[in-house]
Design a protein around this ligand. Structure first.
Ligand code: NAD
Length: 429
């Protein structure tokens, strides 16, 4: 019978594998295999009909060795303490790979965000902070939005925190709305960050970006700006993007013989990342059913939608022309497909490096909140480029030096930095 493991056990296994490669002292490894702190609490919320419903809240601080814990809060019906633990551990590696002075944390509430009203959401957000405010803050742990939460909800959380501590403290939460302590450039950050890593990979592989083509999965926040960046920053051609059709319950791939125009497609896309089929067809776009994006004859594939999309089966459909896979989404490649990509010599930019642009600009938001001085969009994106370029190159150099795959190299750099901070603070010797 196939063994089933939960997300946290998977995160621990990945860690154990790299701990072995790094020859990490087993006592140190034991510390990092577990979250430093975990909170589980109940949140009674007055519902619109006058009844009281009891919600459960979680917050996990995996590591604060390099700085305050950092990570989103998910409102999702499948959330458990174990999913939150796994995501918190992955955040430790993501902030470390981007060399941000932050650790890793994550929070959650098992609830379908769409099932509660706007006002119930506000009371739930404020209730979450009522339970957690003593253990979060700009120097302790800084939450942010994630699946099922948004900038407005972060605005309420920041307000509740500020009321409880008795002073305006925007840096306690990031991902806030613009004008409410948010940062310019956050919307573009993850997608543009993906493109900065692709540019660096092309540079090392001696690929001319102006002659390069790409196919993307997804057309939400990440994929829209990855597509715009690929054509406007790199000068390359995006041959197709795809999205989920909520009415037909099927994925569609949108392509154009001259390459797609991402700004045009963005203008006919709704807030959930679904492109208007009729308007696209009228503009000469070819619309194909299913996940044909993966089989396109292009130089770069950017999975930017969901996890597990490049798997043991779909990996066989990847064209021989593909030289780079840039993981915009979290966890898009299964371990089985990873082995095939390695043997085919396809250059992989692992998710926690490739999509670290989002958390990097979240960090910039906290920095601007601390200074009480806000940068222009241009300043934010230039600083993002610098951070991501340095992150990419530290991983690339490790991969070359140790002769390992980019994903292993990324883990080695990230874990190595956390261990170093623990040593410098005298936690271990
Ligand atoms: P989103 O909800 O804005 O967009 C998701 C897109 O995927 C939509 O266009 C949707 O139609 C499409 N999609 C869904 N199912 C599909 C399918 N079967 N085939 C093709 N397309 C499909 O989400 P997002 O914020 O762009 O996030 C995408 C991925 O990137 C997720 O894995 C997320 O965890 C990760 N990520 C996001 C950020 C960020 O800042 N937004 C940061 C780091 C990682």
């Amino acid at each position: 019978m196939a063994e089933s493991i939960n997300a946290f056990q998977m995160a621990q296994r990945q860690f154990d594998h790299v701990a072995q490669m790094l020859n990490l002292d087993p006592q140190v490894a034991e510390i990092l295999r577990w979250p430093t702190r975990e909170f589980a609490f109940r949140i009674p919320v007055r519902m619109d009909d006058g009844s009281i419903r009891l919600f459960t809240g979680y917050r996990v601080q995996h590591s604060d060795a390099r700085g305050p814990a950092k990570g989103g809060i998910r409102f999702h019906s499948a959330e458990t303490m174990d999913t939150v633990r796994a995501l918190a551990m992955w955040m430790t590696w993501k902030t470390s790979i981007a060399d941000l002075p932050l650790g890793g944390g994550k929070g959650g509430v098992p609830v379908d965000s769409a099932s509660i009203s706007f006002t119930e959401k506000e009371r739930l957000c404020r209730g979450w902070i009522d339970q957690m405010w003593r253990n979060i803050g700009p120097r302790q742990d800084v939450p942010a939005p994630d699946v099922g939460t948004n900038p407005q909800m972060m605005g309420w959380m920041m307000d509740q925190y500020s009321k409880l501590v008795g002073q305006y403290t925007p840096g306690a939460i990031t991902g806030k709305p613009l004008g409410g302590g948010g940062s310019l450039g956050r919307t573009e950050a993850t997608g543009y960050g993906v493109i900065f890593t692709v540019r660096e990979a092309m540079n090392h592989l001696k690929i001319d970006p102006t002659k390069a083509t790409a196919a993307l999965q997804g057309f939400g926040n990440v994929a829209q700006y990855a597509a715009i960046g690929f054509s406007e920053i790199l000068g390359g051609k995006v041959m197709c993007v795809s999205c989920w059709d909520r009415q037909d319950k099927i994925a569609h791939t949108f392509s154009h013989p001259d390459g797609i125009n991402p700004r045009f497609l963005q203008s006919i896309t709704d807030q959930y990342g679904s492109i208007d089929k009729n308007k696209a067809r009228a503009a000469g776009y070819l619309i194909e059913d299913g996940d044909i994006w993966i089989a396109k004859d292009v130089d770069v594939l950017i999975p930017g939608a969901l996890e597990g999309q490049i798997n043991g089966e779909s990996v066989k459909r990847i064209s021989d022309r593909v030289k780079i896979i840039a993981e915009g989404a979290n966890g898009p490649t299964t371990p089985e497909a990873d082995e095939t990509l390695k043997s085919r010599g396809i250059f992989n930019i692992p998710d926690f490096l490739c999509n670290a642009g989002g958390v990097t600009v979240s960090y910039f938001e906290g920095v601007q909140n601390d200074m009480n001085y806000y940068w222009t969009q241009d300043e934010v994106l230039k600083r993002l480029d610098t951070k991501i370029t340095i992150a990419f190159n530290s991983v690339f150099e490790m991969a070359q030096k140790e002769g390992v795959y980019m994903r292993d190299a990324a883990y080695m750099v990230a874990i190595g930095r956390v261990v170093k901070a623990m040593e410098l603070r005298g936690w271990i010797s």
